[in-house]
Design a binder for this molecule. Structure first.
Ligand code: CA
Length: 510
């Protein structure tokens, strides 16, 4: 049967593309990346992509927040060029502009977008799309497609997987090359585990990051004034499901559960709620409890994503599609799992700046290879176009990863990366900043309402706890990076003046 599906009536051998993206999936929570959580919450199916292909250790995003990352991926352009700079106070994505799905479609690809879109406007460039409205709901979610909105019964990760496999079944038989974007909502806040993973980690005690109780000394105003700590910002009820008043479930969509789903939920959470309110935890003990509660739910959401990836990989293999299909796994950006006492993203620090990227390309990429080059989500569009034999438009700003995947990174490959975050004032109050990162150093400028600089030496300070901007021994490094930052901003057409034209945003209540 397999040969029937993989046969192509036009003799076409263009590579199929399956792009799987989750939302807020930290590389610290993927066992292929190693790390302290590896043996506590493994991701065996996502790891299969790394085993079959390449693990990228330094894939950096250009603006660490959902909508902007998605716009960068579609356009191969920085936020200031594609016009989608922030989630809050932002006009919908301009879908009339050039995107890689449109270019693939013109080249004869059958294209689909299934799951979380989060760009405000309807998808363009897709033969088929079925998306969640906004952030979407975990339980019994609404979907929007060309025919309008409808509600489906079930858990969002499982529904997106089912829809994707149904589409792949048809696409695999269509005789055309295909490109699927399967975008999971999970493991986005408020980290609501599915019915099959509810109790998975409820008795597991996870290791704490060494910076869980960071006091932000040796750094500046931005770190001291943010609002994204487990200690203060994370909410007991909505985030950690320690509901005293279950009518509050409405604000996070948990009221969408049906009676049976609610019964299973309560059977797991009611004992935790009882324990918590009887325990009277305070201070560091409370932070520690919140951290464990957070990870138990976050990682349970990921377990369902991992299962989904396994189902897609199995489907491709069972139907003879695996040999001619490149499979990519990424998150929209990275995330904090208690590092610096935080959850969420936004910063140019490694945990949110780096996103996981695993790619298997059978017959081309060496199985189990590991790449240390500076790559970026701005490279994805160019990569997909080259794979499809489509000329990369000169106004795209990234680089195709095709030679990197072939194990032949050009000597001219980038040695530095540019970053710019805009969403302030806004949720979590992370100040606007831009900066440049090399393999070893990172220079950051916080602007808009302050004017502060930070310089980090990732070799001597991998956790980024000590700003050495004013340390005289780093003067030559600082001078070099300041020069390179100026040059890279000119190269990409960005400036502070330019940034001011996008803002200010209205602060959102969440
Ligand atoms: Ca995200």
């Amino acid at each position: 049967m397999a040969s029937v599906i993989s046969a192509n009536s036009f003799g076409q051998q263009k590579t199929n593309i399956v792009y799987i993206m989750s939302d807020d999936h930290a590389y610290q929570a993927i066992s292929a990346y190693g790390g302290a959580l590896k043996n506590f919450a493994p991701t065996p199916n996502i790891d299969r992509i790394a085993q079959n292909g390449m693990r990228f250790n330094r894939c950096l995003v250009t603006n660490s927040i959902s909508g902007p990352c998605r716009a960068v991926i579609l356009t191969g352009k920085y936020s200031h060029m594609n016009g989608f700079v922030a989630n809050e106070g932002q006009a919908p994505f301009d879908g009339s502009q050039q995107t890689f799905p449109k270019l693939l479609q013109s080249a004869g690809y059958n294209t689909a977008m299934i799951g979380k879109w989060h760009l405000g406007s309807d998808p363009t460039g897709f033969n088929y799309w079925d998306i969640l409205p906004g952030q979407g709901a975990y339980y019994n979610p609404d979907f929007i497609n060309k025919d309008g909105s409808h509600t489906e019964q079930g858990y969002v990760t499982e529904l997106i997987t089912k829809k994707s496999i149904e589409w792949l079944k048809k696409a695999g038989k269509s005789g055309k090359p295909f490109m699927l974007m399967m975008h999971h909502k999970a493991p986005h806040r408020e980290w609501q585990p599915g019915p099959n993973e509810l109790s998975l980690y409820k008795n597991v005690v996870f290791p704490e990051p060494s910076t869980l109780f960071d006091d932000y000394s040796n750094r500046g105003t931005a770190e001291l004034t943010q609002d994204m700590t487990i200690a203060k910002t994370m909410r007991l009820e909505e985030d950690l499901k320690l509901y005293k008043d279950k009518s509050k479930m409405k604000t996070t969509g948990l009221n969408r559960m049906n009676t049976d789903q609610m019964k299973e939920w309560d059977a797991v959470y009611d004992p935790i709620i009882r324990y918590f309110y009887e325990s009277g935890l305070t201070g560091d003990d409370l932070v520690r409890f919140k951290y464990q509660r957070y990870l138990q739910d976050y990682l349970a959401c990921i377990a369902a994503v991992d299962k989904s990836v396994g189902e897609v990989l199995d489907f491709l293999k069972d139907n003879g599609l695996d040999k001619n299909t490149i499979v990519i796994y990424a998150s929209d950006q990275g995330f904090y799992l208690g590092e610096h006492g935080w959850f969420d993203k936004r910063w140019m620090f490694e945990e949110s700046y780096r996103t996981p990227l695993l790619i298997s390309w059978p017959g081309v990429t060496k199985p189990g290879s590991v790449n240390e080059d500076i790559v970026s989500n701005i490279d994805f569009a160019e990569t997909f176009l080259e794979l499809a034999g489509v000329k990369i438009p000169s106004d795209m700003q990234g680089l195709s990863l095709v030679p990197v995947l072939q194990g032949k990174t050009p000597a001219t490959w980038r040695k530095e990366h540019y970053y710019h975050y805009y969403e302030y004032p806004g949720s979590h109050m992370v100040k606007r900043h831009y900066g440049i990162s090399t393999e070893r150093f990172k220079l950051i400028h916080y602007y808009y309402d302050i004017d502060e600089w930070e310089l980090f030496d990732l070799k001597t300070d991998p956790s980024e706890m000590k700003n050495v901007y004013n340390n005289p021994s780093y003067a030559p490094v600082k001078a070099d990076l300041l020069k390179r930052l100026d040059a890279i901003r000119i190269k990409y057409g960005d400036s502070e003046e330019n940034a001011k034209s996008f803002l200010p945003h209205k602060s959102n209540s969440r």
